[in-house]
Design a protein around this ligand. Structure first.
Ligand SMILES: *Cc1c(COP(=O)(O)O)cnc(C)c1O
Length: 373
């Protein structure tokens, strides 16, 4: 059986004609950077998210950087985030000479713990960057409250959570990425909404920030060849926008496909005492960018065993960011974030994509049962 972590070709094959036609339109128009297709996609995504502004850019890492640039922070200002995330979150803080202040994550839902954020706020703190890891939201309502009390910005790293829904205590709902001041998103091919190359976007309901970010993403330009601020060259290609616009129509379906596969995994794996299936929080749906189990003992042996059966699996992330060589200068050491460190030795992400068949899921879960029997 041919099982992949992510089956992008299978997904494409189902909408091939539609995608090819749109790519063809772009080529005929010869407008490859910015232009109508990009504006159309931004508009459609804005309507999907019910958010004030969508500003496309080159990738999810740039999106975070553009957000931070728009906040007009000074060198040495502190930004609180977690060590258990993709490197981008920390990388852009370092590039901008801001001071990352890391706090540990929750061992069940893998996301930042608001009470720890609270404990690390001082007069240098300017922003919080929660990451909606694996597709489930961080506790945004608590984080927003902390931010309001301390006059901080909240930038959601929503790169793994497009299509996830947040549930407020009062019963209202909102899409992940529309809850903080700004959100960054990535259209990396394997993300919930993936392009055929790099792409990214910013979401915000703040008109001023939207205008500033749009300008920063395009060299800090106000009108053509007049520059108001230092910017970047970070734009979404028209071909990528055209592809994303087609796939956006299927995003909810894709999320349901992921959730269905997750429910199957849950059902088959919940009875295995050596494994913890992903915990669900009350305030968020889960779009299952990843289906990540915890295996306290023999995680690596399980991964190897699955490999012998041609079942891929991945460890996101094998070394927390505070222990990475590049970030040693921050002065953190082993033991500083025990949960993140423990998770890096326990987590295992199973194949998760929109094209998983029951047959494949049976094969994968049977192999896991066999390993523990
Ligand atoms: C993918 C990802 C990014 C970076 O996105 P790119 O488009 O690859 O730059 C940032 N943060 C998280 C949590 C991600 O998963």
């Amino acid at each position: 059986m041919n099982i992949q972590m992510v089956d992008l070709l299978g997904q494409y094959n189902k909408i091939k004609d539609e995608i090819n036609a749109r790519i063809d339109e772009v080529i005929r128009s010869s407008v490859f950077v910015k232009g109508g297709k990009v504006i159309e996609f931004e508009e459609n995504l804005k309507n999907y998210l019910e958010v004030g502004h969508v500003i496309s850019c080159g990738n999810g890492t740039d999106a975070l950087q553009i957000a931070l640039m728009a906040l007009d922070l000074k060198e040495g200002d502190e930004v609180i985030t977690t060590p258990f995330t993709f490197v981008s979150t920390l990388e852009v803080l370092a590039l901008m000479k801001l001071k990352p202040v890391l706090v540990d994550v929750d061992s069940n839902n893998f996301n930042i713990r608001p009470e720890l954020v609270n404990r690390h706020i001082d007069h240098h703190t300017k922003a919080i960057v929660p990451v909606h890891l694996y597709g489930q939201c961080a506790d945004m309502e608590s984080l927003n409250e902390i931010a309001r009390e301390n006059n901080l910005f909240v930038i959601e790293d929503a790169c793994q959570a497009l299509g996830t829904e947040y549930h407020f205590r009062n019963g209202m709902t909102a899409k992940a990425g529309t809850i903080g001041d700004i959100a960054s998103n990535s259209f990396f091919p394997t993300k919930n909404l993936g392009a055929f190359g790099d792409g990214g976007a910013l979401f915000t309901n703040n008109n001023d920030l939207a205008q500033t970010m749009r300008s920063i993403a395009n060299h800090g330009m106000s009108k053509r060849y007049y520059y108001q601020q230092i910017g970047m060259n970070s734009r979404l290609d028209a071909i990528q926008a055209a592809i994303l616009d087609v796939k956006l129509k299927y995003l909810d379906q894709y999320v349901v496909a992921r959730q269905t596969a997750a429910a199957f995994y849950d059902h088959e794996l919940a009875g295995i005492p050596e494994i913890s299936i992903p915990a669900r929080v009350s305030y968020s749906t889960h779009s299952f960018h990843q289906y990540t189990i915890k295996v306290p003992e023999k995680r690596d042996e399980l991964q190897q065993f699955l490999g012998t059966k041609n079942i891929p699996s991945m460890i996101y992330y094998p070394l927390p960011l505070h222990l990475q060589e590049a970030y040693r200068y921050l002065g953190y050491k082993k033991g500083d974030f025990p949960v993140a460190e423990e998770l890096s030795e326990q987590v295992l992400s199973l194949p998760m994509h929109t094209e998983l068949t029951t047959e494949q899921l049976v094969y994968i879960t049977s192999a896991i049962r066999e390993f523990f029997s």
